[in-house]
Design a protein around this ligand. Sequence first.
Ligand code: BG6
Length: 429
Amino acid sequence: MKTKLLIFGITGDLSTRKLLPALHSIIASGAVKDLQIIGVSRREVDTAKLLHDSLGNTKLAPMVSVVSMDLAKAEEYKKLKSSIALKDDEQLLVYLSVPPMASAQIVDFMGQAGINTPNVKLLFEKPFGVDLTSAQEVISRTAHYYNESQVYRIDHYLAKEMAQNIVAFRGGNALFSHVWNSGVIEKIEVLALEKIGIEGRAGFYEQTGALRDVLQGHLMQLLSLVLMDIPANFDWDAMPEHRLKALRQLESANPRQAVRAQYEGYQHEVDNPGSLTETFVSLHLTSRDERWKGVPLILTTGKALNKKSTAVRVYFRKFHNAQSNCLVFKIQPDEGIEIELFTKKPGYAREFERRSLSYAYSEDEALPDAYEQVLVDAIASKKSLFTSGDEVIESWRILQPILNSWEMADQPLFIYPKGSSTHTISSVE
Ligand code: BG6
């Protein structure tokens, strides 16, 4: 089936840094054929220059055209519809690479113009709302013109190779399926630590903060992959339902078990001396699920830390202290899986030493970028890596008590020096 891909915001940062390069790769690999790309922009665009600037070549030029229009004028969408000229045996993917408020209005105007036939799919970028109420509003506003089956909400963490591997590894290895419960697992940590700061995104970050930017979507999704059931006849297409079931079992977060902190110099960077926006958050969750009762689930993310590491760490109960007990899913960098082990140190003395059993991808094994995977799956109508509206709402339900408490300035904000470790920040409490 021929696919027409409409990109709102084709000249923007996300499109030029992620989307166009991902399209370039999937077309070159042959994974996607018969694709026509239609960019939408407020201003006239020199397509060849745009492609050259973002890809270093203009190979995609024959399949790219750009329509300029005023996105805030409802009547312009009728014209857009005729220039797309979608046929019954074609599909249209609409990629909204624009700020959330703009995308809500674009969705309304497209619906009103009739660009919502069953062969139209919408691809949204986060944030999906900024709290429980706004998320419910965004979702029901979209539902006015589009069925949930037409909506693809992107959480690029779900599409990372190693995130998918959590499911494959858990399901495919009897050794681990047997022990995946609170009887054997003592604690689970999900971490997304970054060395970089806010990288000039002051306006965006001031309104967002670490909890909304990374924890609510990316980390909650990774956690659900670790907790969810993987039945024997596991079907990848049913993944959103399994993730949702796991999220539904989580208790609402307790603000007293959350650490919020901000890196030194942030307020100057955003030119707001009183800013309370957190650049670091760590919190404990618990599950009502019998399988996970009593297991602390610790989610941590932060910017300007001492290292870049996204990982899931699963700790097993020890019989005694001289035992190793950790399984690590290294989502990035150095993608792989590692089991820390104590083994006998070679030599005459009978001593233990720490070793690891690890599995990593070889240098020449290129892993597809998350955006390539997202596009390939959306074109093929595979929804396993996309977040359902119910998952989004559930995730906000769990975190809302923390947002409420922070709004009432109920919890302290710690300031940490750039380059701190999570351990140092969490122990400032
Ligand atoms: C984005 C956040 O969703 O994820 C950024 O907006 C963050 O603040 C980024 O830096 C991290 O993504 P990745 O793929 O580099 O881990």
